[in-house]
Design a protein around this ligand. Structure first.
Ligand code: SAH
Ligand code: SF4
Ligand code: F3S
Length: 482
């Protein structure tokens, strides 16, 4: 796996005009997302590119004419999981073939990018392999695969593999998104140049790229027009954002957030995932000045030990991280922090691990993701000789997760009795119940007569559940929300 060369190709493929070579019949497409929110966003945009070509989304592969597995490569055995899912998709294809229906199978996303050739060789029944930067070409690839199938039916045919890095071309050629609903994702930045020693993302997503401010604002206005009240800006390093602004300069993420805040009807803005190194003053001050910017920040730290952070090539210390949190809390006292941790990074000692646990207790994260270190092929840490044994990793993970659970519980408990604005996003578990999100991204359940999905309701938190809160209308605190 080599470092992507972004200057390599700017080939322009169309994503919007119907492609000659197949008729825009009503076809069904099933897209399964693995991995991060960017993959979820990408899946929605793939559906958008296919819609003008007659594809409608289905939520089961059983009746799909086109199956797209949008894969993630961040975890160990990611490729194995894809192969096992592909096995199931192959059976679906065979059973549909007996009924005279044909099924095309595409593998997209980060596994496709990293292991495209291996995939095509090991699963020759796959029709299309495409990377995260080329999915705007999906309709064209489908048309090519169909033509290949018609002409080379029953002979050995190879998958069409498209895993280049033509970054700008993708966003230039995607149609307007069609997603609707009170919350939406909007990808503003892609790729990563930081090369943390454990991470595969710079190899699968390519070099950092920021979309121009005008493009982001246009997409955001469209999302608001279709009902979005909350937009989450996405990027692997979203706070490294440096998009061209309308005057030809560069806008930081703080500047972009201020521009977005002028859009009438956009009530809530979030962003993820941030890197501590890019947490600049302009962004911190946006948390003070922009009321639409939610008081929640996901800021991965990975480890509480400076030696481990240095070895990981994170480029900051534990105290740098603490100073960022202190500064954020100075300007926005109620800001809630979540994070990512890795336990059992090569060479991590008991003492170093204890520093991660101490950091959890010190910062008071309101939630966090924690992972056992896993080797990603082609990354520097994968070759380290001082790998931590699996049982030690498992034990450390359990200890860290217990500390994180305690921290989350403390925060949720402190929320009981508080009044919060909750954006209602969908039906809850029980009849008449709705679920929404607090400013701190906690799921909140409520039974509130007259309230509807899309409302921002002012509610009192009446109880905490395992991973969520229960709320009621003010003055109705005794009403059961569960
Ligand atoms: N850009 C973000 C993180 C993106 S990857 C950042 O810099 O923090 C999401 C998370 O997956 C990481 O924060 C890390 O905790 C975890 N992760 C990535 N590679 C991993 C690996 N090889 N083993 C275990 N966890 C990993
Ligand atoms: Fe991976 Fe994040 Fe590090 Fe980039 S900054 S290499 S995405 S962990
Ligand atoms: Fe996974 Fe690629 Fe996202 S590896 S986490 S899908 S950037």
């Amino acid at each position: 796996m080599s470092r992507p060369d972004c200057a390599k190709s700017r080939r322009r493929g169309s994503g919007t005009e119907p492609v000659s070579g197949y008729k825009p019949l009503k076809n069904k497409v099933f897209i399964k997302s693995y991995g991060c929110q960017m993959n979820v966003y990408d899946s929605a945009r793939m559906a958008d590119t296919l819609a003008p070509h007659g594809f409608v989304a289905t939520d089961t592969p059983d009746d799909a004419d086109l199956i797209v597995l949008n894969t993630c490569h961040i975890r160990e055995k990611a490729a194995e999981k894809v192969f096992s899912d592909l096995g199931r998709m192959r059976l679906i294809r065979e059973s549909r073939a007996h009924r005279g229906a044909s099924t095309m199978i595409a593998v997209a996303g980060c596994v496709a990018q990293a292991e495209g050739a291996e995939l095509a060789a090991r699963a020759p029944f796959v029709d299309i392999v495409l990377g995260p930067q080329t999915y705007h070409r999906l309709p064209e690839l489908v048309a090519r695969a169909r033509r290949a199938r018609e002409h080379v039916e029953r002979r050995r045919r190879a998958a069409i593999v498209d895993t280049e890095f033509p970054v700008e071309a993708k966003f230039d050629h995607l149609p307007e998104p069609t997603a609707s609903g009170p919350t939406a994702f909007l990808s503003v930045q892609e790729g990563c140049d930081k090369f943390c020693t454990f991470c595969v993302v710079p190899y699968t997503r390519g070099a950092e790229y920021s979309r121009p401010v005008a493009d982001v604002l246009r997409e955001a206005r469209g999302l608001v027009a279709r009902g979005a009240r909350e937009i989450t800006l996405l990027g692997q390093n979203v706070n490294a954002y440096h998009g061209v602004d309308p005057r030809g300069g560069a806008s930081s993420l703080g500047g972009l957030i201020r521009a977005l805040a002028d859009i009438p009807g956009l009530d809530r803005i979030r962003y993820t995932t941030s890197h501590p190194r890019d947490m600049n003053e302009e962004l911190i001050l946006a948390h003070r000045d922009v009321p639409q910017l939610m008081p929640f920040l996901h800021l991965p730290i990975q480890s509480g030990a400076d030696r481990v952070l240095a070895d990981m090539n994170r480029g900051h210390t534990r105290d740098d991280y603490r100073r960022i949190i202190d500064r954020l809390r100075a300007v926005r006292p109620d800001i809630a922090i979540s994070s990512d941790f890795i336990v059992g990074y090569p060479g991590e000692t008991d003492t170093e691990f204890a520093e991660s646990v101490a950091l959890v207790d010190g910062v008071g994260f309101i939630q966090a993701y924690s992972f056992k270190y896993s080797k990603r092929p082609g990354t520097p840490a994968a070759g380290a000789l001082n790998q931590v044994p699996e049982p030690v990793k498992a034990e450390r993970l359990a200890i860290l997760q217990a500390a994180l659970d305690r921290s989350q519980e403390r925060f949720n408990l402190a929320c009981v009795g508080r009044t919060m604005d909750v954006l209602l996003t969908g039906p809850g578990r029980h009849p008449g119940q709705l679920v929404g999100r607090s400013p701190y991204l906690q799921p909140v359940h409520v039974v509130a007569e007259g309230a509807a999905v899309g409302d921002i309701a002012t509610l009192v938190i009446v109880a905490r559940e395992a991973r969520s809160l229960a709320a009621a209308r003010p003055g109705r605190e005794d009403a059961s929300a569960a």
